[in-house]
Design a binder for this molecule. Sequence first.
Ligand code: ATP
Length: 248
Amino acid sequence: MVEPLLRIENLVRRFGGILATDNLSLEVAPGELHAIIGPNGAGKTTLISQLTGQVMPNSGTIHFAGRDVTRLPSYRRSRLGLARSFQITSLLPDFTACDNVALAAQAHDGHSFRFWGAARKEKPLRDAAQAALKRVGLEKRADVPVSELSHGEQRELELAVALATKPQLLLLDEPMAGLGVTESARMVALLKELRREVTIVLVEHDMEAVFALADRITVLVYGRVIASGLPDAIRHNDEVKRAYLGDQ
Ligand code: ATP
C-alpha cells in the first residue's frame, strides 16, 4: 500500500465547550484530490488551520510526508511543502498580481521582507512569479493591482500565491465562495489541471464542484467524521444525506 502523504490521527481541538474537531482521523494519499464537506460549523476550517499550524490541536497527531509535524510552526510546515489558500482573501490590494506572488515566493525562500523594495525587481523572483501566474491563466494580468482584479481573478491569484511556495500538498478553503457560474466553471477547470501536479485537500460547499473533482470525500459533522469514501458512496450514504446533502 502507498504511504499516505498526510495522516491525521485522533485530532482534538476545543474552543471553550465546543469540540471543533472531535477525535478526527483521516488519510490523504499522494496525488489524490480529497474533499472535506459538511454543514457550517462542522470544523472544516479548524481542521485546515491545524494542518498549517495556525491552530494547535489539544491532542492527536499530524504526519506529513512521513514526518510528525503536529507541533511544528507554520513556516516550517510551509517549507516542507504545505500551502494554504484562504476562505477570506489574504492578498495585498495595492500590490500588483505579480508582486503578490513574488512576495510569497520570497517569504517562502526565507528572505527578509526588508529587502522587498529591491528584491521585487530581481529576475529569478519575477520569473518564478510569472510561471505561477501562467499556471492559473493570469499571466496577462501580472502588472494589474489586486484591487482592480475581478473577484474570480483574485481567487485564481490566491492559487498562484500558494503555488509559488512549490507545495506538495495544497489546502484549499472554499475556492468557489462568491464566484458566479462562469467563474466557478473556470475554477473547476483550473483545479482539474492543478490536481495532475499536486495533491489537494479541498474544503467546499459547492457540491457540483466537489463531485466533479474529488477522488475521495470525507464528511464532517460537529467535528466528527461521519463518512469517508468514494464520491458515489458518499452521495448515496443515508446519514450524509440526512446531515448535509439532502436529495442532491
Ligand atoms: P463553515 O462551513 O461555516 O466555514 P466550518 O466547518 O469551517 O464552518 P469552523 O469554522 O472550523 O467550521 O468552526 C467549527 C466550530 O468551532 C464552530 O462551532 C465555530 O464557532 C468554532 N470556532 C472556530 N474557531 C473558533 C475560535 N477561534 N474561537 C471560538 N470558537 C471557534
